[in-house]
Design a protein around this ligand. Structure first.
Ligand SMILES: Cc1cc2nc3c(=O)[nH]c(=O)nc-3n(C[C@H](O)[C@H](O)[C@H](O)COP(=O)(O)OP(=O)(O)OC[C@H]3O[C@@H](n4cnc5c(N)ncnc54)[C@H](O)[C@@H]3O)c2cc1C
Length: 457
C-alpha cells in the first residue's frame, strides 16, 4: 500500500478514502466515451482545509491529483492520469450564502448546478448558465470547464457569472480571487485564469456567483424547416433584426426523429431541421419579440411556426431539446458528442461539412446544438468494440475539427480541451500562444501534479 494512502486515511478518516477496485471503478471515467484509467485512490474532502491537506500530502509523495465534480465532462478532463489520486468534491456541496441585497450566491464547489438554480429561483432570482447536465453537474466542474448551455446566446457562459473564487494552489496555499464588488480592477484578473482551467492550475473550493432578477415572462416557439439552409438563414435574420433570444437551438433530421421517438414532444418527424427559440424578459418585450421572430421564420422559409400555448408545453419542448443526447445515446452502444463552434455565418456550411464527413467515413452522425451561438454538437453513434469503426471515428473527429478551424471556428465551444481535444489545441492557438499556456501552467504547477496530461502535455 503506497505511503500516501495511510497518510490520507489518517487525516481524512477511512470512510473518505476509497482504494478497493470495485469502489474506485466508477471514478476511472467521465462522460467521454472510450477514455478510462483506474485511479490510485479516491478521496472525499469535506472542507477547503482538507483539500489543502490532500494537495500537500500528494506533493510530498509526488502523486498527481485529478479533481472531480460529478464526472459528467465530455472531454476526458476528470479521467485519472495513471497512478493519480482522484479528489472528488461531491461532499462539499453546500450553498453557503444567498445575498439578496447584492444578488450573489456563495457555494462550495461541489454544489449541484440545479440546486444553485433552485435556490436562486426560490428567491425570485435567476442563475442563467444551464448545461444539459445541470441536474448532476457541480458548480466547480462548470467553472473549471467554463460551461455553457441553452441560454448562452443572451446570457453568456459560466464565466459571466463568477465574481469570486476560492482556490487551493499546487503548493497547498489557499487564495481568494475576486469580490462582491460589481467593479473591481485591483491587480491582475487571476480569477479568470482559473475559469476554464480544467483542474490543471488549482482546485476550486468555493464560488461566488452573480445572480440576475428572474425574467418576468418567457415565450417558446418551434419553427420547422424543409431545408437546413433555411434554418441557418433564419438564425442570421433574427440576429440581424437585433433580436437576441435567450435560446436558439437547432436539431437536424436524424436528431428530431430520435428525440421524438424518445420524448414524444410532438416534433415534426418529416422536417429537415427545427429551431427551438425562447425569448424572455419584460412581458411586452417578449410578446413583441415573439411576433417578430414568427414573421422572420415565415419570411425565411419555415414551413410552420408554433408558439407554446402553456408553460407545460414550453417545458415539454425545451425538455425535448435537452434530451437530444440521451435520445441519441440509445441508438448505438457508444455515443461521442463532439463540440465545435463556428462564426454564425458559417453554420449551414459547417452542418453540410459534418454530413460530408459522415458519408466519407461511413458513419452515423446526428447534429444538434446552439445555433444562436454557432456551437454545434455533431454526435457520432458508434460501437467502441468495433476497432475498424473506431479508427474511422478518429479520422472523422479530426476532419470535423479541421472543418471548423477552416471556417474560423474553435475546437471547443463549451466542453473543454481535456484529453479529447489536446491534439488540436496548438493548431488553433499557434506556437506562441500555446507556449504562453505552457508558461502559465509551469508557473502555477511547476511539478506538473495537477491534472497532468490535460489541455497540454
Ligand atoms: C448529458 C450531458 C449534457 C451536457 N450538456 C452540457 C452543456 O449543455 N454545456 C456544457 O458546457 N457542458 C455540458 N456537458 C458537459 C459537462 O456536464 C460539463 O463540462 C460540466 O461542467 C462538468 O461538471 P462536473 O461537475 O461533472 O465536472 P467533472 O466532469 O467532474 O470535471 C470536469 C473538469 O473540471 C475539473 N474540475 C471539476 N471540479 C473542479 C474543481 N472544483 N476545481 C478544479 N477543477 C475541477 C476536472 O478536473 C475536469 O477537468 C454535458 C454533459 C452531459 C453528460
Amino acid at each position: 500500500m503506497p505511503r500516501i494512502i495511510d497518510a490520507l486515511i489518517g487525516r481524512l478518516g477511512p470512510e473518505n478514502v476509497l482504494t478497493e477496485k470495485e469502489d474506485i471503478l466508477p471514478y476511472g471515467f467521465d462522460g467521454t466515451a472510450a477514455l478510462k484509467q483506474l485511479p490510485l485512490a479516491v478521496v472525499f474532502p469535506h472542507a477547503a482545509a482538507e483539500v489543502a491537506t490532500v494537495v500537500r500530502l500528494a506533493r510530498e509523495e509526488r502523486v498527481p491529483i485529478v479533481t472531480r465534480g460529478s464526472g459528467t465532462g465530455l472531454s476526458g478532463g476528470s479521467v485519472p492520469a495513471p497512478g493519480a489520486l482522484v479528489l472528488c468534491l461531491a461532499h462539499m456541496d453546500k450553498v453557503l450564502e444567498l445575498d439578496t441585497k447584492n444578488l450573489t450566491l456563495l457555494a462550495e464547489a461541489g454544489a449541484v448546478t440545479q440546486d444553485i438554480y433552485n435556490r436562486a429561483d426560490a428567491a425570485g432570482l435567476f442563475f442563467p448558465p444551464d448545461p444539459g447536465s445541470m441536474k448532476i453537474s457541480t458548480i466547480g466542474g462548470n467553472v473549471a470547464e467554463n460551461s455553457g448551455g441553452l441560454r448562452g446566446l443572451k446570457y453568456g457562459v459560466t464565466r459571466d457569472y463568477v465574481m469570486g473564487l476560492e482556490v487551493v494552489l499546487a503548493d497547498g496555499s489557499t487564495c481568494w480571487l475576486g469580490s462582491k464588488c460589481v467593479k473591481d480592477v485591483a491587480g491582475y484578473n487571476l480569477r479568470d485564469l482559473f475559469i476554464g482551467s480544467e483542474g490543471t492550475l488549482g482546485v476550486i473550493t468555493k464560488v461566488l456567483l452573480k445572480l440576475l432578477p428572474k425574467p418576468a415572462a418567457r415565450q417558446t416557439l418551434l419553427a420547422t424547416f424543409a431545408a437546413m439552409d433555411a434554418a441557418a438563414g433564419t438564425v442570421s435574420a433574427i440576429i440581424a433584426a437585433k433580436i437576441i433570444p435567450c435560446t436558439l437551438e437547432f436539431l437536424d433530421r436524424k436528431t428530431i426523429r430520435c428525440v421524438e421517438d424518445f420524448a414524444h414532444a410532438g416534433l415534426p418527424r418529416d422536417a429537415d431541421a427545427i429551431l427551438l427559440i425562447e425569448t424572455d424578459g419584460h412581458p411586452a418585450a417578449v410578446a413583441d419579440e415573439a411576433a417578430k421572430i414568427e414573421e422572420l421564420c415565415a419570411a425565411h422559409g419555415a414551413t410552420s411556426v408554433k408558439r407554446a400555448t402553456s408553460a407545460e408545453e414550453a417545458v415539454r419542448l425545451a425538455t425535448a431539446r435537452r434530451s437530444a443526447f440521451s435520445a441519441l445515446a440509445r441508438l448505438r452502444p457508444t455515443t461521442i458528442l463532439e463540440d465545435v463552434t463556428v462564426p454564425r455565418s458559417e453554420l449551414a456550411g459547417m452542418v453540410r461539412a459534418v454530413q460530408a464527413v459522415a458519408e466519407k467515413h461511413r458513419l452515423d452522425i446526428a447534429t444538434f446544438g446552439h445555433f444562436g451561438d454557432g456551437n454545434l454538437h455533431p454526435t457520432i453513434l458508434t460501437d467502441e468494440r468495433d476497432a475498424d469503426e473506431m479508427a474511422r471515428v478518429e479520422l472523422a473527429f479530426a476532419d470535423i475539427v479541421e472543418a471548423a478551424l477552416a471556417r474560423g471556428g474553435t475546437i471547443t465551444g463549451e466542453h473543454g480541451v481535456g484529453l479529447a481535444k489536446k491534439p488540436y489545441l496548438k493548431r488553433q492557438l499557434g506556437d506562441d500562444s500555446h507556449a504562453l499556456l505552457r508558461a502559465v501552467k509551469r508557473t502555477l504547477d511547476p511539478e506538473g501534479l495537477l491534472n497532468p496530461g490535460k489541455i497540454l502535455d
